[in-house]
Every structure is written in structure tokens, then in C-alpha cells.
Design a protein around this ligand. Structure first.
Ligand code: IPD
Ligand code: CA
Length: 278
């Protein structure tokens, strides 16, 4: 197996993400060419494709042995398989619906996983100039300043990010609405902003105390996972128990106590796993 120099991987990826950020910052102001994918509200633009191409071509020329899982490559028929090999997991634009509407809650997300563990995480909201970074064992940073979770343990004091998601499956929609109804009287506040990755980073920076979502994919969580855990936060499965990157659901919280309280309250939904071949 290829061995990695984590610092080198981080530096190469950071440079490419900044370059891709220029593209996003410029494109968000302009008219987009929009196509739909799994549903009428699951969108892709020419910028999603251009960013993914820029990142994969730059990373693969620097690291020819590495593997890739990219949202738009998978949409075009590529594989979504995580092995022990160094694998870059890329969401070129997380929050594409926001990007389409020029709503600046959107980011580029690049995670490097090796032996099924997160080693590098880079999340860049180029529009608001927020660069979240994490290397395993070295803490999490926002624009080079160390960040940490809020430490909140009480549900009644917690600000929560839920999400509506891009699946119109009635069972999924019912799960979303049921959970919001359950949580409203129990928490401080609920928000739905439209980017799973940024939601995770906002838990990491202590701006919210919990985020959870069903139906997302490995690329929506791969980098955010490391940013949250390196900021002292907790990432688990939505019903409690260990987080599984391919299971398409996530619950992040500032503390284990809060995560467990949330998991007990949530109505569950299980989409088909990532990587299942038909
Ligand atoms: C979306 C975001 C959002 C989630 C949607 C995803 P995308 O990712 O992560 O939080 O609710 O389901 O599709 O499509 O903009 O990369
Ligand atoms: Ca995306």
C-alpha cells in the first residue's frame, strides 16, 4: 500500500482547494447551467463538475497511487468504494442548491482517508472566506486559528442544525418533519442551512451544538468528520453507536452526553448504503 506524507498531502490539497475557491467565488455571482440528478431538488452545475475535475486532476498528478471518491464522478457512473488505500473523498460544492441561488452557505470539501480513518480534512467556504482545516492528531482550525466545540451538554440549551435534504422520498420527508416536531419543544433552536459539511464545521467552531442528517453521502461527511473530532466534538450514528462513513447518516455534537440524548429522540431512516453496486 502507498504510504502517505500527511503534511505534503495537506499542502498540495490546500493549494488546489484555494484555486477551486477562486472559481466558486467568481461563479456564484453568475448565471448557472443547472441539471438535476436523483430528484428535482438534487442539482449539479458546470461549476460542481469543473471544481471536481480541477481537484482530482491536481491530486492524481501529485499522488498517482491514490484513489478517489468524488460526488460528480460517482454521479457519472464512477465507484463509491472505500478501501484501505489512501482515498480522497471530494464534494466539489456542498450546498449546490445554495450556490445556485447565490446564497453563500456553500463549500468545497476534501477529505483524505487512509485505512478507513480520516487523516486530512479541508472545508472551504470561498464566498465567506472561511477555511476549516484539520490533520489527525493536530487539532482543527478556522482561518489558521484553533477552534473547539461549545461543550454544551443540555438539550434545552442546544442550538441544532437539522436538514431537509435533497430526497423527496415520502418516508424521508416524514422522518425530517417528525424529528423537527419532536425537537421544537425540547431545544433552544433549530436551523436548516443546506450544507451538511458546513453544518459539521459549525459544530466544530462552537457556533451550533448539534447537527444531524439522514440521506447524505460519504463526500458530505468525510472532511467534516475530522474537523469536528479534532475540535473535540463527537460524531456518531444517528441511533447511537459508531459512525459509519458509508451509512449515509450522521449525528455530530459538542459532547458525548448531548449526542446520546439526541440519538434517543430521533426517528430513524436508513437509506441504501453508499457503495452498493446494482
Ligand atoms: C447537499 C447538502 C445538504 C443535504 C443535501 C445534499 P450537495 O449536498 O449536504 O446538507 O441536505 O441532501 O444533497 O448535493 O449540495 O453536495
Ligand atoms: Ca455537492
Amino acid at each position: 500500500m502507498a504510504s502517505i506524507n500527511k503534511q505534503e498531502c495537506f499542502s498540495v490539497a490546500l493549494k488546489l482547494v484555494k484555486e477551486a475557491g477562486n472559481l466558486v467565488r467568481d461563479a456564484i455571482k453568475k448565471k448557472k447551467r443547472i441539471e438535476t440528478k436523483s430528484s428535482a431538488v438534487d442539482l449539479v452545475t458546470e461549476s460542481d463538475k469543473a471544481v471536481e475535475k480541477l481537484l482530482i486532476s491536481g491530486l492524481s498528478s501529485a499522488f498517482p497511487d491514490h484513489k478517489f471518491i468524488g460526488e460528480e464522478s460517482v454521479a457519472a457512473g464512477g465507484k463509491c468504494v472505500l478501501t484501505d488505500e489512501p482515498t480522497w473523498i471530494i464534494d466539489p460544492i456542498d450546498g449546490t442548491m445554495n450556490f445556485v441561488h447565490s446564497f453563500p452557505y456553500t463549500c468545497i470539501s476534501v477529505g483524505l482517508w487512509v485505512k478507513k480513518e480520516a487523516e486530512v480534512g479541508i472545508v472551504y467556504n470561498a464566498v465567506l472566506e472561511q477555511m476549516f482545516t484539520a490533520l489527525k492528531g493536530q487539532g482543527a482550525f478556522l482561518n489558521n486559528e484553533k477552534i473547539s466545540v461549545s461543550g454544551e451538554t443540555e438539550l434545552s440549551q442546544a442550538l441544532i442544525f437539522s436538514e431537509i435534504g435533497s430526497s423527496l422520498d415520502p418516508e424521508k420527508v416524514d422522518t425530517v418533519l417528525t424529528n423537527i416536531t419532536t425537537l421544537i419543544p425540547k431545544v433552544h433552536g433549530i436551523r436548516a442551512m443546506g450544507s451538511c459539511t458546513l453544518n459539521m464545521c459549525y459544530v466544530a467552531m462552537g457556533g451550533v451544538d448539534v447537527c444531524f442528517e439522514f440521506g447524505i453521502h460519504a463526500w458530505d461527511m468525510a472532511a467534516g468528520y475530522l474537523v469536528v473530532t479534532e475540535a473535540g466534538g463527537v460524531v456518531i450514528d444517528t441511533e447511537g453507536g459508531p459512525f459509519d462513513l458509508m451509512r449515509r447518516r450522521v449525528l455530530c455534537a459538542s459532547t458525548q452526553e448531548l449526542a446520546e440524548k439526541m440519538a434517543k429522540l430521533l426517528k430513524q431512516y436508513q437509506p441504501e448504503r453508499d457503495g452498493v453496486t446494482k
